[in-house]
Ligand binder design. Sequence first.
Ligand code: CTP
Length: 396
Amino acid sequence: MSAREVVLGIGGGIAAYKSCELLRRLQDAGFGVTVIPTPSSLHFVGKATWEALSGRAVTTTVWERVDEVRHVHLAKVSEFNIIAPATADLIARIAHGRADDLLTNTLLASKAPTLIVPAMHPAMWANKATQSNVSLLRDRGYVVMEPDHGRLTGSDIGVGRFPETSHIVATFKEMTDKANDLSGIKVLVTAGGTREMIDPIRFIGNNSSGRQGFAIAKAAMRRGAEVTLVLANSTLPDLPGITTVRVTSADQMFAEVHSRFALCDVIAMSAAVADARPAQYSDSKIKKGSLSSIELTANKDIIASVAKDKKNQVVIAFAAETTLDIEEGERKLLAKSADILFLNDVSGSEIFGSDETQGVILTSQVSQSIERVMVDRISKDTLADLLLDQALNKLG
Ligand code: CTP
Protein backbone atom coordinates (compact mmCIF):
# COMPACT_ATOMS: atom_id res chain seq x y z
CA MET A 1 0.00 0.00 0.00
CA SER A 2 1.22 3.52 -0.77
CA ALA A 3 1.97 6.15 1.89
CA ARG A 4 -1.36 7.96 1.82
CA GLU A 5 -4.40 5.76 1.49
CA VAL A 6 -7.71 7.22 0.35
CA VAL A 7 -11.24 5.90 -0.02
CA LEU A 8 -12.98 7.41 -3.05
CA GLY A 9 -16.75 7.01 -2.59
CA ILE A 10 -18.90 7.24 -5.70
CA GLY A 11 -22.57 8.24 -5.38
CA GLY A 12 -25.24 7.37 -7.93
CA GLY A 13 -25.20 10.50 -10.08
CA ILE A 14 -24.22 11.07 -13.70
CA ALA A 15 -21.12 12.97 -12.53
CA ALA A 16 -19.73 9.53 -11.54
CA TYR A 17 -18.08 9.38 -14.97
CA LYS A 18 -16.09 12.51 -14.14
CA SER A 19 -14.66 10.75 -11.09
CA CYS A 20 -12.73 8.38 -13.38
CA GLU A 21 -10.55 11.40 -14.18
CA LEU A 22 -10.54 12.43 -10.50
CA LEU A 23 -9.26 8.96 -9.55
CA ARG A 24 -6.39 9.33 -12.04
CA ARG A 25 -5.45 12.79 -10.73
CA LEU A 26 -5.52 11.51 -7.11
CA GLN A 27 -3.17 8.70 -8.13
CA ASP A 28 -0.92 11.26 -9.88
CA ALA A 29 -0.85 13.23 -6.61
CA GLY A 30 0.58 10.14 -4.88
CA PHE A 31 -2.52 8.73 -3.19
CA GLY A 32 -3.33 5.03 -3.09
CA VAL A 33 -7.04 4.94 -3.93
CA THR A 34 -9.66 2.31 -3.09
CA VAL A 35 -12.93 3.01 -4.86
CA ILE A 36 -16.23 2.25 -3.11
CA PRO A 37 -19.19 2.87 -5.41
CA THR A 38 -22.74 2.79 -4.06
CA PRO A 39 -24.74 -0.01 -5.72
CA SER A 40 -26.87 2.51 -7.66
CA SER A 41 -23.81 4.35 -9.00
CA LEU A 42 -22.94 1.20 -10.98
CA HIS A 43 -25.77 2.21 -13.38
CA PHE A 44 -23.47 5.04 -14.49
CA VAL A 45 -19.96 3.55 -14.20
CA GLY A 46 -19.46 -0.20 -13.80
CA LYS A 47 -17.27 -2.11 -11.39
CA ALA A 48 -14.87 -3.21 -14.14
CA THR A 49 -13.96 0.42 -14.90
CA TRP A 50 -13.17 1.17 -11.27
CA GLU A 51 -11.18 -2.05 -10.85
CA ALA A 52 -9.18 -1.41 -14.01
CA LEU A 53 -8.46 2.23 -13.16
CA SER A 54 -7.65 1.69 -9.47
CA GLY A 55 -5.93 -1.68 -9.91
CA ARG A 56 -7.79 -2.82 -6.81
CA ALA A 57 -10.78 -4.98 -5.97
CA VAL A 58 -14.07 -3.07 -5.90
CA THR A 59 -17.11 -4.11 -3.86
CA THR A 60 -20.29 -2.25 -2.96
CA THR A 61 -21.91 -4.12 -0.08
CA VAL A 62 -20.80 -5.62 3.22
CA TRP A 63 -21.86 -9.06 1.89
CA GLU A 64 -18.87 -9.39 -0.44
CA ARG A 65 -15.38 -10.43 0.76
CA VAL A 66 -16.93 -10.88 4.20
CA ASP A 67 -13.75 -12.59 5.51
CA GLU A 68 -11.94 -9.23 5.13
CA VAL A 69 -14.60 -7.24 7.05
CA ARG A 70 -13.93 -4.60 4.42
CA HIS A 71 -15.74 -1.63 5.99
CA VAL A 72 -13.70 -1.91 9.20
CA HIS A 73 -10.45 -2.65 7.37
CA LEU A 74 -10.85 0.22 4.89
CA ALA A 75 -11.90 2.64 7.65
CA LYS A 76 -8.68 1.78 9.50
CA VAL A 77 -6.21 2.03 6.62
CA SER A 78 -7.68 5.06 4.89
CA GLU A 79 -6.15 8.36 5.98
CA PHE A 80 -8.75 10.40 4.08
CA ASN A 81 -12.11 9.93 2.43
CA ILE A 82 -13.40 11.76 -0.61
CA ILE A 83 -17.00 11.32 -1.72
CA ALA A 84 -17.43 12.49 -5.30
CA PRO A 85 -20.06 12.79 -6.56
CA ALA A 86 -22.21 12.98 -3.45
CA THR A 87 -25.91 12.83 -4.35
CA ALA A 88 -28.69 14.30 -2.18
CA ASP A 89 -29.55 10.77 -1.04
CA LEU A 90 -25.96 9.88 -0.15
CA ILE A 91 -25.54 13.16 1.77
CA ALA A 92 -28.77 12.42 3.67
CA ARG A 93 -27.63 8.88 4.48
CA ILE A 94 -24.23 10.05 5.77
CA ALA A 95 -25.84 12.86 7.81
CA HIS A 96 -28.25 10.41 9.43
CA GLY A 97 -25.61 7.80 10.22
CA ARG A 98 -27.16 5.18 7.93
CA ALA A 99 -25.09 2.11 7.12
CA ASP A 100 -26.89 0.42 4.26
CA ASP A 101 -24.05 -0.22 1.82
CA LEU A 102 -20.28 -0.65 1.99
CA LEU A 103 -19.58 3.07 1.53
CA THR A 104 -21.80 4.33 4.36
CA ASN A 105 -20.63 1.49 6.64
CA THR A 106 -17.01 2.49 5.96
CA LEU A 107 -17.70 6.19 6.59
CA LEU A 108 -19.46 5.38 9.85
CA ALA A 109 -16.47 3.34 11.01
CA SER A 110 -13.95 5.97 9.83
CA LYS A 111 -12.35 8.78 11.83
CA ALA A 112 -10.51 10.16 8.79
CA PRO A 113 -11.01 13.70 7.46
CA THR A 114 -13.63 13.55 4.71
CA LEU A 115 -14.24 15.76 1.70
CA ILE A 116 -17.74 15.66 0.23
CA VAL A 117 -18.25 16.89 -3.33
CA PRO A 118 -21.97 17.32 -4.05
CA ALA A 119 -23.48 17.14 -7.54
CA MET A 120 -27.21 17.21 -8.18
CA HIS A 121 -30.07 19.17 -9.76
CA PRO A 122 -30.19 22.79 -8.44
CA ALA A 123 -33.66 22.29 -6.91
CA MET A 124 -32.41 19.26 -4.97
CA TRP A 125 -29.32 21.18 -3.81
CA ALA A 126 -31.41 24.19 -2.74
CA ASN A 127 -33.97 22.02 -0.94
CA LYS A 128 -34.05 22.75 2.78
CA ALA A 129 -33.60 19.06 3.59
CA THR A 130 -30.33 18.90 1.63
CA GLN A 131 -29.12 22.25 2.99
CA SER A 132 -29.84 21.18 6.54
CA ASN A 133 -28.02 17.84 6.01
CA VAL A 134 -25.05 19.76 4.58
CA SER A 135 -24.87 22.10 7.59
CA LEU A 136 -25.15 19.12 9.93
CA LEU A 137 -22.20 17.48 8.19
CA ARG A 138 -20.18 20.73 8.24
CA ASP A 139 -20.92 21.13 11.95
CA ARG A 140 -19.57 17.63 12.47
CA GLY A 141 -16.28 18.51 10.79
CA TYR A 142 -16.81 17.22 7.23
CA VAL A 143 -15.61 19.51 4.47
CA VAL A 144 -18.44 19.94 1.98
CA MET A 145 -17.56 21.75 -1.27
CA GLU A 146 -20.00 24.11 -2.91
CA PRO A 147 -21.18 22.75 -6.28
CA ASP A 148 -20.52 24.87 -9.38
CA HIS A 149 -23.06 26.96 -11.24
CA GLY A 150 -23.80 25.95 -14.84
CA ARG A 151 -25.62 23.61 -17.22
CA LEU A 152 -26.95 20.38 -15.69
CA THR A 153 -27.61 17.04 -17.43
CA GLY A 154 -30.91 18.25 -18.83
CA SER A 155 -31.57 21.76 -20.08
CA ASP A 156 -31.62 23.32 -16.59
CA ILE A 157 -28.96 25.77 -15.46
CA GLY A 158 -28.13 26.49 -11.83
CA VAL A 159 -25.99 25.58 -8.82
CA GLY A 160 -25.46 21.84 -8.64
CA ARG A 161 -22.74 20.98 -11.14
CA PHE A 162 -19.85 18.77 -10.14
CA PRO A 163 -16.85 21.12 -9.64
CA GLU A 164 -13.88 21.00 -12.03
CA THR A 165 -11.52 18.10 -11.26
CA SER A 166 -8.57 20.47 -10.72
CA HIS A 167 -10.61 22.41 -8.13
CA ILE A 168 -11.56 19.18 -6.30
CA VAL A 169 -7.95 17.96 -6.28
CA ALA A 170 -6.71 21.37 -5.01
CA THR A 171 -9.30 21.38 -2.18
CA PHE A 172 -8.46 17.80 -1.28
CA LYS A 173 -4.68 18.53 -1.32
CA GLU A 174 -5.25 21.52 0.93
CA MET A 175 -7.12 19.28 3.37
CA THR A 176 -4.50 16.53 3.30
CA ASP A 177 -1.52 18.92 3.53
CA LYS A 178 -3.02 20.52 6.61
CA ALA A 179 -4.18 17.22 8.11
CA ASN A 180 -1.48 16.96 10.72
CA ASP A 181 0.31 20.30 10.72
CA LEU A 182 -1.02 21.08 14.22
CA SER A 183 -0.25 17.67 15.65
CA GLY A 184 1.13 17.97 19.21
CA ILE A 185 -0.29 21.52 19.54
CA LYS A 186 -2.84 22.31 22.25
CA VAL A 187 -5.49 24.77 21.11
CA LEU A 188 -7.91 26.43 23.54
CA VAL A 189 -10.92 28.07 21.91
CA THR A 190 -13.74 30.09 23.45
CA ALA A 191 -17.01 30.61 21.63
CA GLY A 192 -20.59 31.76 22.10
CA GLY A 193 -21.90 34.66 24.12
CA THR A 194 -21.87 34.84 27.92
CA ARG A 195 -25.07 35.47 29.89
CA GLU A 196 -25.08 37.55 33.03
CA MET A 197 -28.09 36.64 35.10
CA ILE A 198 -30.24 39.42 36.53
CA ASP A 199 -32.74 37.09 38.23
CA PRO A 200 -33.72 33.43 37.58
CA ILE A 201 -35.56 34.52 34.42
CA ARG A 202 -33.69 37.42 32.85
CA PHE A 203 -30.13 37.91 31.69
CA ILE A 204 -27.85 40.31 29.85
CA GLY A 205 -26.70 38.52 26.72
CA ASN A 206 -25.59 39.05 23.16
CA ASN A 207 -26.13 37.80 19.63
CA SER A 208 -23.12 35.51 19.26
CA SER A 209 -24.00 32.07 17.84
CA GLY A 210 -20.61 30.51 18.60
CA ARG A 211 -20.10 29.58 14.92
CA GLN A 212 -16.69 31.23 14.43
CA GLY A 213 -15.12 29.60 17.49
CA PHE A 214 -16.76 26.31 16.57
CA ALA A 215 -15.18 26.58 13.11
CA ILE A 216 -11.75 27.18 14.66
CA ALA A 217 -12.16 24.22 17.01
CA LYS A 218 -13.18 21.95 14.12
CA ALA A 219 -10.35 23.14 11.86
CA ALA A 220 -7.77 22.72 14.64
CA MET A 221 -9.02 19.20 15.35
CA ARG A 222 -8.93 18.33 11.64
CA ARG A 223 -5.33 19.57 11.55
CA GLY A 224 -4.33 17.24 14.39
CA ALA A 225 -4.39 19.59 17.40
CA GLU A 226 -5.63 18.67 20.85
CA VAL A 227 -8.61 20.98 21.21
CA THR A 228 -10.60 22.29 24.17
CA LEU A 229 -13.63 24.43 23.44
CA VAL A 230 -15.10 26.61 26.19
CA LEU A 231 -18.58 27.22 24.83
CA ALA A 232 -21.03 29.73 26.25
CA ASN A 233 -24.77 29.29 25.70
CA SER A 234 -24.59 27.79 22.23
CA THR A 235 -26.95 25.26 20.68
CA LEU A 236 -24.05 23.83 18.67
CA PRO A 237 -23.41 20.17 19.51
CA ASP A 238 -20.44 18.55 21.28
CA LEU A 239 -18.06 17.16 18.68
CA PRO A 240 -16.24 13.84 19.01
CA GLY A 241 -12.51 14.58 19.35
CA ILE A 242 -13.02 18.00 20.99
CA THR A 243 -13.25 18.49 24.75
CA THR A 244 -16.23 20.82 25.14
CA VAL A 245 -16.72 22.70 28.41
CA ARG A 246 -20.06 24.52 28.63
CA VAL A 247 -20.34 27.73 30.63
CA THR A 248 -22.92 30.44 31.16
CA SER A 249 -21.32 33.60 32.56
CA ALA A 250 -18.13 35.60 31.97
CA ASP A 251 -16.90 34.63 35.44
CA GLN A 252 -17.27 30.92 34.65
CA MET A 253 -15.52 31.42 31.32
CA PHE A 254 -12.70 33.29 33.05
CA ALA A 255 -12.20 30.39 35.51
CA GLU A 256 -12.11 27.77 32.71
CA VAL A 257 -9.72 29.80 30.53
CA HIS A 258 -7.51 30.79 33.43
CA SER A 259 -7.01 27.19 34.58
CA ARG A 260 -6.15 26.00 31.06
CA PHE A 261 -4.12 28.87 29.61
CA ALA A 262 -0.68 27.83 30.92
CA LEU A 263 -0.95 24.45 29.19
CA CYS A 264 -2.11 25.65 25.79
CA ASP A 265 -0.01 26.68 22.78
CA VAL A 266 -2.67 28.69 20.99
CA ILE A 267 -5.74 30.43 22.38
CA ALA A 268 -8.50 31.71 20.10
CA MET A 269 -10.76 33.96 22.15
CA SER A 270 -13.75 34.25 19.87
CA ALA A 271 -16.42 34.36 22.59
CA ALA A 272 -18.48 37.51 22.95
CA VAL A 273 -17.94 38.20 26.63
CA ALA A 274 -20.29 40.56 28.46
CA ASP A 275 -18.26 43.49 29.72
CA ALA A 276 -20.46 43.90 32.79
CA ARG A 277 -22.86 41.94 34.99
CA PRO A 278 -25.62 43.05 37.35
CA ALA A 279 -24.09 44.20 40.65
CA GLN A 280 -26.81 42.27 42.52
CA TYR A 281 -28.34 38.97 41.46
CA SER A 282 -31.89 38.59 42.68
CA ASP A 283 -32.83 35.02 43.76
CA SER A 284 -36.45 35.74 43.01
CA LYS A 285 -38.06 37.31 39.95
CA ILE A 286 -37.87 41.11 40.06
CA LYS A 287 -41.37 42.49 39.60
CA LYS A 288 -41.72 44.90 36.70
CA GLY A 289 -42.51 47.81 39.00
CA SER A 290 -38.99 47.52 40.48
CA LEU A 291 -37.24 47.04 37.14
CA SER A 292 -36.44 50.60 36.11
CA SER A 293 -32.61 50.32 36.14
CA ILE A 294 -29.92 47.71 36.71
CA GLU A 295 -26.69 48.60 38.46
CA LEU A 296 -23.73 47.00 36.70
CA THR A 297 -20.30 45.92 37.78
CA ALA A 298 -17.42 45.34 35.31
CA ASN A 299 -16.34 41.82 34.33
CA LYS A 300 -12.65 40.97 34.01
CA ASP A 301 -11.22 41.19 30.52
CA ILE A 302 -10.47 37.48 30.17
CA ILE A 303 -7.98 37.58 27.31
CA ALA A 304 -6.13 40.65 28.60
CA SER A 305 -5.79 39.09 32.09
CA VAL A 306 -4.38 35.77 30.92
CA ALA A 307 -2.33 37.03 27.96
CA LYS A 308 -0.36 39.61 29.92
CA ASP A 309 1.57 36.70 31.55
CA LYS A 310 1.90 34.63 28.38
CA LYS A 311 5.06 32.60 27.75
CA ASN A 312 5.11 31.17 24.23
CA GLN A 313 1.39 31.05 23.62
CA VAL A 314 0.00 32.54 20.45
CA VAL A 315 -3.03 34.67 21.31
CA ILE A 316 -5.82 35.18 18.78
CA ALA A 317 -8.43 37.76 19.76
CA PHE A 318 -11.48 39.09 17.98
CA ALA A 319 -13.11 42.47 17.87
CA ALA A 320 -16.68 42.99 16.82
CA GLU A 321 -17.31 46.60 15.83
CA THR A 322 -20.19 48.29 14.08
CA THR A 323 -17.72 50.13 11.84
CA LEU A 324 -14.49 48.71 10.46
CA ASP A 325 -12.27 50.90 12.65
CA ILE A 326 -8.79 49.49 12.00
CA GLU A 327 -7.04 51.85 14.47
CA GLU A 328 -9.40 50.60 17.19
CA GLY A 329 -8.60 47.01 16.20
CA GLU A 330 -4.88 47.74 16.45
CA ARG A 331 -5.40 49.36 19.85
CA LYS A 332 -7.24 46.25 21.08
CA LEU A 333 -4.52 43.94 19.68
CA LEU A 334 -1.91 45.74 21.80
CA ALA A 335 -4.13 46.29 24.86
CA LYS A 336 -4.95 42.58 25.01
CA SER A 337 -1.34 41.38 24.34
CA ALA A 338 -2.71 39.50 21.35
CA ASP A 339 -0.58 38.34 18.41
CA ILE A 340 -3.43 38.14 15.93
CA LEU A 341 -6.79 39.93 15.98
CA PHE A 342 -9.69 39.50 13.61
CA LEU A 343 -11.65 42.70 13.36
CA ASN A 344 -15.10 42.30 11.92
CA ASP A 345 -17.81 44.73 11.07
CA VAL A 346 -20.99 43.26 12.53
CA SER A 347 -23.27 46.12 11.57
CA GLY A 348 -26.34 45.04 9.62
CA SER A 349 -26.45 41.80 11.67
CA GLU A 350 -25.26 39.77 8.67
CA ILE A 351 -22.39 38.12 10.55
CA PHE A 352 -24.08 36.77 13.69
CA GLY A 353 -25.46 33.29 13.09
CA SER A 354 -24.16 33.29 9.50
CA ASP A 355 -21.65 30.84 8.02
CA GLU A 356 -19.78 33.72 6.38
CA THR A 357 -17.77 36.64 7.65
CA GLN A 358 -15.63 39.58 6.53
CA GLY A 359 -13.16 41.95 8.12
CA VAL A 360 -9.40 42.44 8.62
CA ILE A 361 -6.78 40.13 10.11
CA LEU A 362 -4.29 42.21 12.12
CA THR A 363 -1.01 40.46 12.98
CA SER A 364 1.76 41.87 15.14
CA GLN A 365 5.17 41.72 13.48
CA VAL A 366 8.62 41.34 15.02
CA SER A 367 9.34 44.84 13.71
CA GLN A 368 6.56 46.11 16.08
CA SER A 369 4.46 47.03 13.07
CA ILE A 370 1.03 45.46 12.47
CA GLU A 371 0.23 43.65 9.24
CA ARG A 372 -3.30 44.12 7.85
CA VAL A 373 -4.94 41.50 5.62
CA MET A 374 -8.40 42.41 4.31
CA VAL A 375 -10.81 39.48 4.18
CA ASP A 376 -13.82 39.79 1.91
CA ARG A 377 -16.83 37.50 2.52
CA ILE A 378 -15.37 34.10 3.20
CA SER A 379 -16.74 31.18 5.13
CA LYS A 380 -16.04 31.05 8.86
CA ASP A 381 -14.34 27.68 8.15
CA THR A 382 -11.92 29.33 5.72
CA LEU A 383 -11.21 32.15 8.18
CA ALA A 384 -10.54 29.52 10.85
CA ASP A 385 -7.84 27.95 8.67
CA LEU A 386 -6.33 31.36 7.82
CA LEU A 387 -6.07 32.27 11.52
CA LEU A 388 -4.58 28.88 12.38
CA ASP A 389 -2.06 29.27 9.50
CA GLN A 390 -0.96 32.59 11.03
CA ALA A 391 -0.76 31.03 14.51
CA LEU A 392 1.35 28.18 13.13
CA ASN A 393 3.71 30.74 11.56
CA LYS A 394 4.10 32.43 14.91
CA LEU A 395 4.72 29.13 16.70
CA GLY A 396 7.57 28.61 14.24
N1 CTP B 1 -12.87 39.80 25.69
C1 CTP B 1 -12.50 39.15 26.85
N2 CTP B 1 -13.08 39.49 28.05
C2 CTP B 1 -14.01 40.48 28.11
C3 CTP B 1 -14.38 41.16 26.91
C4 CTP B 1 -13.81 40.80 25.73
O1 CTP B 1 -11.66 38.26 26.80
N3 CTP B 1 -14.54 40.79 29.28
C5 CTP B 1 -12.23 39.42 24.43
C6 CTP B 1 -13.18 38.95 23.35
O2 CTP B 1 -13.38 37.55 23.42
C7 CTP B 1 -12.44 39.34 22.09
C8 CTP B 1 -11.71 40.61 22.48
O3 CTP B 1 -11.62 40.57 23.91
O4 CTP B 1 -11.48 38.39 21.70
C9 CTP B 1 -12.35 41.89 22.04
O5 CTP B 1 -13.70 41.95 22.48
P1 CTP B 1 -14.59 43.24 22.18
O6 CTP B 1 -15.94 43.00 22.79
O7 CTP B 1 -14.51 43.60 20.73
O8 CTP B 1 -13.79 44.38 22.97
P2 CTP B 1 -13.89 44.96 24.37
O9 CTP B 1 -12.56 44.81 25.02
O10 CTP B 1 -15.05 44.39 25.14
O11 CTP B 1 -14.07 46.51 24.09
P3 CTP B 1 -15.38 47.37 23.68
O12 CTP B 1 -16.57 46.65 24.27
O13 CTP B 1 -15.14 48.70 24.32
O14 CTP B 1 -15.40 47.44 22.19
